[in-house]
Design a protein. Structure first.
Length: 171
C-alpha cells in the first residue's frame, strides 16, 4: 500500500539534511565514531553490521538485522521503511528505493511523493548494481543477480536476475 508524504515539509527537510550530513561525513572519514553516528539514524541496527563508505540514505527509516554487510556506494531512498533481515549481503552500487511519484502529470506537478516499504528477509544476497523498487518483498535465502531490476516480490529460496528480474531457479 502506498503512503503519501510531502518530502518538502520542514521536518522532512531537516531530517534529510541530518542524514545527508552523516552519510557524507562517514564517506569522507569512515571512522568507527562516524559509523556509529550513521547507525544512530536508523530505526534499528543489529550487531556486527558493516557499512562501507559511499552509503547514502534520506531519513534513517532503516532496520538492519545482525551481521548485515553493505558494500560501497549504496543508495537507500527511505521515505518508507527499508528492512533487511539477518545475514544479508548487499553488493556495491545497489539501490533500494521506497519512494516514487505519480504517473499522472498533473499530480506530479504538485511534487507529491509516495512511499512503499521494502522488506528483505534473512540471508539474502543482492548482487552488484541491483535496483530494488518500491513495495518489493524478498524472501529468506533469495539471491538477486547483479544488475537486476526487481519490480515484484521474490519468494524465499529463489534466484532472480535480469531487467525486469525473472526467476532463474530455486536455491
Amino acid at each position: 500500500m502506498s503512503q503519501a508524504f510531502n518530502s518538502l515539509t520542514p521536518e522532512y527537510r531537516q531530517q534529510r539534511q541530518l542524514a545527508h550530513q552523516r552519510c557524507r561525513t562517514y564517506s569522507r572519514d569512515p571512522s568507527k565514531g562516524h559509523l556509529k553516528q550513521l547507525k544512530q539514524l536508523f530505526s534499528y541496527c543489529g550487531e556486527l553490521v558493516v557499512i562501507e563508505p559511499g552509503f547514502h540514505c534520506d531519513y534513517g527509516k532503516i532496520e538492519l538485522g545482525d551481521r548485515v554487510f553493505i558494500n560501497i556506494n549504496n543508495t537507500f531512498l527511505d521515505g518508507g521503511l527499508i528492512k533487511l533481515g539477518n545475514d544479508c549481503l548487499v553488493g556495491p552500487n545497489v539501490q533500494i528505493l521506497t519512494v516514487s511519484h505519480s504517473t499522472d502529470p498533473t499530480e506530479r506537478l504538485n511534487k507529491s511523493n509516495y512511499a512503499k516499504d521494502v522488506i528483505i528477509g534473512n540471508n539474502v544476497w543482492i548482487g552488484a548494481g541491483a535496483i530494488i523498487l518500491p513495495g518489493v518483498a524478498i524472501g529468506d535465502n533469495a539471491v538477486i543477480g547483479a544488475g537486476s531490476v526487481v519490480t515484484k516480490t521474490v519468494k524465499e529460496n529463489q534466484i532472480v536476475a535480469g531487467n525486469p528480474a525473472m526467476i532463474i531457479r530455486g536455491v
